[in-house]
Design a protein around this ligand. Sequence first.
Ligand SMILES: C[S@@+](CC[C@H](N)C(=O)[O-])C[C@H]1O[C@@H](n2cnc3c(N)ncnc32)[C@H](O)[C@@H]1O
Length: 250
Amino acid sequence: MDIKSIPNHELERLKQKAQEISGSKTEYQNEYSTLLTRRLNHEPIQYIEEFMPFYTVQLKVDERALIPRPETEYLIEIIKNKVVKPKSILDVGTGSGCISLMMKHLYPEAEVKGIDISPFAIQLATENATLNGMNIEFIQSDLLNEVSSSNFDLIIANLPYIPSSEIETLDLEVLNYEPLNALDGGDNDGINIIQNLINQIEDKKYKDFEIFLEIDERFGQKVIELLNNYDDVELIKDLADKDRYVYARR
Ligand SMILES: C[S@@+](CC[C@H](N)C(=O)[O-])C[C@H]1O[C@@H](n2cnc3c(N)ncnc32)[C@H](O)[C@@H]1O
C-alpha cells in the first residue's frame, strides 16, 4: 500500500497512538514510523489501535477475533427497538464478545451467554467482559454442542456467511489479518453453519424465543425457507438498504 492511499483521518489516528505509546506529544517519530509501516502492510487500523468503540462499549480487538462491523452495530439498534426485557440471551459466534456485551448493557438483569468455536475468540471476549466490568459466561462450543441450558428468550447469531469461493476476493486487510474461520460460511451459498444452528435448535426443542440472524444479503430467501415452522419471519434491511438480518419467533 502507498502512503497516499491512507486517508488523513487514519494518519491522524496513527499519530495519536504513537504519542500514546511514546508518552510524549513531541517525541514520537520512531513509534509513528513503526505504526505506519504496519498500516502500509495492510494491518487494519483497529488492530493497530488495539481498542475500538462498539455501540456504547469499548472493546479490545486483535487477531484472535473478527473486527466488529457497522452492520452488527446496527443489529443492536434493531434488537433494542424490537425486544422487550429478555431474561436469558444466547450469542452464537460471539467473536470479540461485542453482541454479548451490548446485550448485557441493554438488559443488565438478563443472563447472557456467548459461545464460539474458537478458543482465541473466547479468550478475547472474556477479556472484554472484564474490561467492561460485566458478568457474562463465555463457552467454547461448536454451535450448541456444549450448551446445557434448555431454553433462551433471545438467540442472536452472527455466524460466518461468506461463501468459501469468495473468500480469496476479500481485501488484504481481511485476508492477511482477520481469522478467516470467522468469515467462511462454506460451500452452500455460505448458509451451512446457519442451517446447522437452526437444525440444532430444532433438535434441542427450544421454544418461546426470538431469534436474530445476520446474513449475506443475497441469500435471505434461502434462510427464510429454513425457518418454515417459525412465526413472524421477517427480512430486515441494513443502513445500506441490503437484506442483512432475519428475525423470527417461536
Ligand atoms: C462473523 S464472526 C462474528 C463475530 C462477532 N459476533 C461479531 O459480530 O463481530 C463469526 C464467529 O462465529 C464463530 N464460529 C464459526 N463457526 C462456529 C461454530 N460452528 N460454532 C460456534 N462459533 C462458530 C467464529 O469463530 C467467529 O468468531
